[in-house]
Structure formats: structure tokens, C-alpha cells
Design a protein around this ligand. Sequence first.
Ligand code: NPW
Ligand code: ADP
Ligand code: K
Length: 524
Amino acid sequence: MAMSAIRDFSLPTPAQCSVMDDEARATVGIGTLMERAGWAVAREIRKQFRPCRVLVLCGPGNNGGDGYCAARHLERAGWPVSVAALAPPRPQSEAAAAASRFRGPHVPFTAESARRADLVVDAVFGAGLSRAPSSDVMEVLSASRMLVAVDMPSFIDGTTGEVLCDGSHDALSGDGPSRDGPSGDALPDYALPDYTLTVTFVRPKPGHVLPAGRRKCGTVVCADIGMPLSCLEAARPDIFLNAPGLWHVPAMSPEDHKYTRGVVSLCAGAVMPGATRLAAAGARASGAGLVRISAGENACAYRLGAPGLVIDDAPLATLLEDVRRKVWLCGPGLTGAEVEASLPLLLDAGRIVLADAGALGWAAGNPGRLAGVAVVTPHIGEFTRLFGAPGADRVCAARRAARELDAVVVLKGSVSIVAAPDGRVALNDHASPALATAGSGDTLAGVIGTMLAAGMPRWEAACAGVWIHGEAGRNAGDWPIAEDLDRCLGAARAEAIRRDAATVEPGAGGLACETQDLAVKRPA
Ligand SMILES: NC(=O)C1=CN([C@@H]2O[C@H](COP(=O)(O)OP(=O)(O)OC[C@H]3O[C@@H](n4cnc5c(N)ncnc54)[C@H](OP(=O)(O)O)[C@@H]3O)[C@@H](O)[C@H]2O)[C@@H](O)CC1
Ligand SMILES: Nc1ncnc2c1ncn2[C@@H]1O[C@H](COP(=O)(O)OP(=O)(O)O)[C@@H](O)[C@H]1O
Ligand SMILES: [K+]
């Protein structure tokens, strides 16, 4: 992966952070980084809150070390600060050195102490969280009125974004108040707290982007603490935030003709023309030069559609003689039998195939039937039927599926996961719940088809399609239906091109986070 992609888009996992720390130990030094991390936390708190009574909860590791440094900097700024230590830092560690420099008051690590504070800083566990925190820790966090996390809320898994908590984390992190988890176990006697602010360092982590971490963290600020880029590179991050610059969508060129912009072809069936037409419309609206529907004897049903669509009634084998028709969508609007009659022909002819909807159902329980496709776009139900339940670590499951199928897997959801067979993964949070409307997945298939037809490599095409679809969803107004996305897709593609061009050149700036609240702050 290019250095600029690592610098600008990587989301290192806690395991990779530990490699980064080992590298940093030999260069800049953990003590220096801890000091800057604590300073950055204090700076963000001073910026976002008025002076108030602060309690810093410190764990035994380096996350706690950051907490002691933050406490010292806040105290120096005149804020009333006390520290509650869950356990003392290991003797002779950098955290122990940081703890010894804090000369303010210590109070017991209890819910009562938390209740007395106006603001509680959670520096209990960060990247080193290795299991569910005890209920003592959870009770103290839950008693806090206002919470700021150092690096990560102490019960969020930085790799998966999952809530790590004794009892039923699903019920705790879900929407409905329930006293029983799915296993029937009684839930602990505390509510899972929400954070106002999370200050992380170097780069955001997957747990800041994936649910439920994303929801719990509040505003995420990523501070540049002067970690050498070479240390981040040594950690070999392979999960990236999906954004323009990670990939490059072709702009319009004065010499363009429709074939250079690309042809997208779709297989169509007899009973669900709507899905095929939505996918075709998505392909056209996102900039395909030509979109053709191969409808055979069902052509009449499609000829009533948009006038700019070309409807073919010739047999598929005949259409495949046209080598300009490289990219095919197979699945939206198709029954299993219709997939069976078309997909093998497309693959035999060496076409670039995106398989969605009906094609995924046809291969349920037997993903080998999709061998040779370039991209699959399952939602969680389709993914489960194809590859089995993904479990808590969806990134890992999507990556495994991509490797197994030798195809790009787009696991769609509120945060979509785009996994390549070579292990690269992009997480897309550039979207909107407005997209949760029937047919929007068909539109997405069309958009990705356009990116493939424009000549983009398949992982980049899938990433770009998901981002552009998300951007359209963010701009399609209140409660849009799938058709509403189409009028926003051209502008969304233009926005992707504009943001890509604005990406900072290597060496020109710091570690940048593009989306939403993931802003990078450099030390003053
Ligand atoms: N990368 C960077 O850029 C920089 C990172 N920095 C900071 O370092 C942080 C990572 O520090 P870290 O590796 O020391 O791990 P940390 O989160 O403090 O926890 C480890 C301790 O907690 C314990 N423990 C874990 N879970 C537990 C549980 N449920 N219940 C009870 N105990 C539990 C665990 O015990 P063990 O699992 O070994 O039994 C161990 O003792 C990172 O988040 C960031 O804030 C900055 O300082 C510098 C730049
Ligand atoms: N809450 C949400 N936030 C963001 N995007 C969402 C949300 N819910 C659904 N989406 C997106 O909407 C699309 C829905 O696709 P899909 O489930 O295949 O629907 P359909 O089969 O009806 O077309 C996916 O791209 C998905 O990522
Ligand atoms: K923490």
C-alpha cells in the first residue's frame, strides 16, 4: 500500500498499534509519546469544556499513563483534578513515571467518586483491553455524568467496535431496553455509558468507525503526537477508512466517448424488472457511457423503461460476442433459475461480473458457484447464507470470505466493509440511514458496475461505488426512495473527484482524517 494511503486512511488495529509502539520505543520513546498524548487530551478538554471538577480514572497500562499526564496538564491549567487508580502501574514503567509526576489528590476508584466529578476521563484501558472489564469498572464508568475517553472507551474492542462487557453485550448495545440477554442471563445493574468525546492518537482505530464503538465514542478527535510515519508503516495496517484519495475515480475527459466511459450490461429476468431497472439507473446516473439490459424474451417489460437504456432481446451467447461489453451485473431482479442460465455463460466468456441479490441466493450454502466473479455485494442476511454467520468480527469474516472466493466482498450495512482477496479492507461510514430503503442496494450494484466499466481495479471500484452511493444518500433529502438517489449520483461522483484532487500530497501535511468527526489535531 502506498505510504500516502497509510498516512491518510489507515485504521491500525490494537495489535498493529502494539507493533507501532515497539518501533517507537527504539526511536522517539514511549514516554515522550505518552506525554504528548496526555497533553493532547488536556488540550481537547480545555477546548471543549469549561473548567470543572475532573476525575481521571487510570488503569495499570499506558492508557493509564496517558491519563496521569492529562491530569497533570489540566491541574497546571488550574483545573481541580483528582485521580482514581484501578491498579498501580507496573514499577519502572513509563506509566509509573507519569504517575509519579502527578502530585494532585488521589481518591478511591468508586462510583461515588465518579458521581462527585463534573467530568470523568476514562484512561482505564485502551489498546491493551484484553477481556470484558469487571463490573466494578463498568459501575464507575456508568456513574459518570460526562465522559471523555482516552484512546477508546474502556469497554469497546478497538478491532471490532464491539462492546466487551459481562452479561449480554448485544442487548446492552442494542436499541431496546431488555433485562435479559439472548442467553437468558440477567443483565448487570448498570447502563452502558455514552461518551461526549474520545481523543485518540496517530490514527483512528477500526473500533472508532465500526458499530457499536462509533455510536459510543461521541466526537472522535485524532491527535498527531509525532509518531514517525515509519513506525505506522512497520505495523503494516491493512484496514482503511473509505474516502476519495484511497482510490481515484476517472474524471470526464474532453476526448471521452461512451465506450471510453464504459459499458455496463445487466442480465434481466421475467418477474422482478424493478430491481434490474434500479441497478441500470444507478449505473447510468453515476456516469456509465452506455447501459444495456439483456432481457431475451422479456424485452417488452424493459422497453417501457427509461429511453436512454438499450434493451437487447438476442440470446446472451450472441451478446457476449461484443468484446466491448466487459462488465456485467448478474443478480438484481433474477430468480435462481435465471442466474443459472446466465452467470456460467458470463464467467465462461471471461467477463468482469458483479454478483448481487438473486445470484447470492442461488449460491447460498455453496459459494463455490460464484467462483470467477469479481465482486459480490451481500447484505448481512445474504452473507450469512453464503458464508455462515460472521460473528463479532465482521471485518475478519469479510476478509476470509474474499480470500475464499477470490473476489471483492462488499458486506453492506450502516458501516459497509469492502474486503479484497489480498487482505485489504475499507470501512465505509460515509453513508446515511436514508439508504435503508428497498432497492438502494440495486442502485449500489449499478454504481459499482460503472466504476468497473470505467477501468478501475475491482477493490478500488467497489470502494468508490460504496462511497459515491453513500454521498448520494447523504444528499438525497429526507426519507428518499431508491429512485431519488439517481439524481444525486452525478454530483456525488464529482465530489469524489474533487476531494481526491484536494488530498494532501505526501510530505505536505500531517496524518489526516477526512470524514465526519475524525479530525486530526496537530500539537501547537
Ligand atoms: N500507539 C500509540 O500511538 C500510543 C499509545 N499510547 C497509549 O497506550 C495505550 C495502550 O497501552 P497498553 O498497551 O499498556 O494497554 P492498556 O490499554 O493500558 O491496558 C493494558 C493493561 O490493562 C490490563 N487489562 C486489559 N484488559 C483488562 C480487563 N478487562 N480487566 C483488567 N485488566 C485489563 C492488562 O492486563 P493483562 O491483559 O496483561 O492481564 C494490562 O495491565 C493506548 O490505548 C494509548 O492510550 C500512548 O501512551 C503512546 C502512543
Ligand atoms: N442505517 C444505514 N446507514 C447507512 N447505510 C445503510 C443503512 N442501512 C442500509 N444502508 C445501505 O443501503 C443499502 C441497502 O442495500 P440492500 O440491503 O441490498 O437493500 P435492497 O436489497 O433493498 O436493495 C446498502 O448499500 C447499505 O449499506
Ligand atoms: K480508555
